[in-house]
Design a protein around this ligand. Structure first.
Ligand code: ATP
Length: 302
């Protein structure tokens, strides 16, 4: 299987998961794999089934069909395999009546690997003051606090539901950087459910698009690097017509074009050079580029 060879040891496998709640089919035959030390984005509109999917992965919701396994072990049959999975809900309301020190002691009691020093390090890094009660924090700070708590438990897998809701731009960026660092340093796997594609920026190794409970598209960064190239090209006048048909223009600003090449990349590069551009350079690809090119700007984010 492609994902296994790309990522070595498979960590979490979701296989053919379906769930009906009431009369509504909320998840239909959902299958994907999460590798070690990777970031997976689950993107979909409100009501697409993201929260239900995450809740199914931690057995808060039981699937009607299908299995979730961690390192080959079914989580329902082997509840201990859930231990290193940390699920952070989108609502932090549940925490709000706790005192900060109370919740820290509670986490330390529940999670054997809770690391007090690391908790404090993260509090300092995000300039979080120690409020008496969680409810004294702003919405964004509450979200940040619940993430700090989650990472201080030293998990191996972190499932985050709309983690940046309520955070300002700087805090969002900081948080994303922090997640990348954790993935690289601790080799943890992060799964982020969000209705905003732009929040994932160039973060995710794998992007799953969920529509009405089904995985509509899967994008893998590794595939992307082999199949696509992104160039910024500047012409004296305009880009020759011959290239317009062969490149996907992601953005145009005057005579500067940001474009995506698909297909025979070497041939396309030679053609590009023949058009004698003033300047051309390769830019780093993001999943979002492919997403936009493939779905033609179809809106996912709201
Ligand atoms: N306990 C429940 N009872 C009834 N319907 C539910 C329940 N849980 C989920 N649903 C329905 O399942 C669908 C998917 O909901 P879910 O919360 O998983 O979507 P989502 O993609 O996370 O959306 P959002 O971004 O709005 O949180 C929605 O139509 C929702 O109303």
């Amino acid at each position: 299987m492609l994902l296994q060879s790309a990522w070595g040891k498979v960590m979490i496998q979701v296989q053919n998961v379906s769930k009906t709640i009431g009369q509504q089919q909320v998840l239909t035959d959902v299958t994907f794999t999460v590798g070690k030390g990777t970031i997976t984005g689950i993107v979909g509109r409100n009501g697409a089934g993201k929260t239900t999917l995450l809740r199914t992965m931690v057995t808060i919701v039981d699937p009607d069909q299908g299995t979730i396994s961690v390192n080959g072990k079914d989580v329902l049959a082997h509840p201990e395999t859930k231990g290193p999975i940390m699920y952070v809900e989108d609502s932090v309301e549940a925490l709000k009546n706790y005192s900060v020190s109370g919740i820290v002691s509670l986490y330390a009691d529940i999670y054997p690997k809770f690391d007090h020093a690391y908790f404090q390090e993260l509090m300092d890094r995000f300039q979080m003051t120690r409020a008496k009660k969680v409810k004294q924090y702003s919405k964004g700070r509450k979200a940040l606090f619940s993430l700090i708590l989650a990472f201080a438990t030293k998990p191996q897998y972190v499932l985050l539901d709309e983690p940046t809701d309520g955070l300002d731009v700087i805090a969002k960026k900081e948080l994303m950087r922090f997640m990348l660092y954790e993935v690289a340093k601790e080799e943890i796997s992060i799964i982020i459910a969000t209705h905003r594609l732009d929040e994932l920026e160039s973060l995710a190794d794998q992007l799953l698009v969920i529509k009405e409970g089904e995985i509509a598209e899967t994008f893998l960064l590794d595939d992307l690097r082999d199949t696509y190239k992104k160039w910024q090209v500047v012409y004296r006048e305009k880009m020759p017509d011959s290239l317009w048909d062969q490149l996907y223009i992601l953005q145009q600003s005057g005579r500067a074009y940001t474009c995506l090449a698909v297909g025979n990349l070497q041939e396309l590069e030679t053609e590009l050079q023949k058009t004698d551009p003033l300047l051309y350079e390769e830019l780093p690809l993001t999943l979002e580029d492919l997403f936009v090119a493939k779905l033609g700007g179809e809106e996912i984010a709201e």
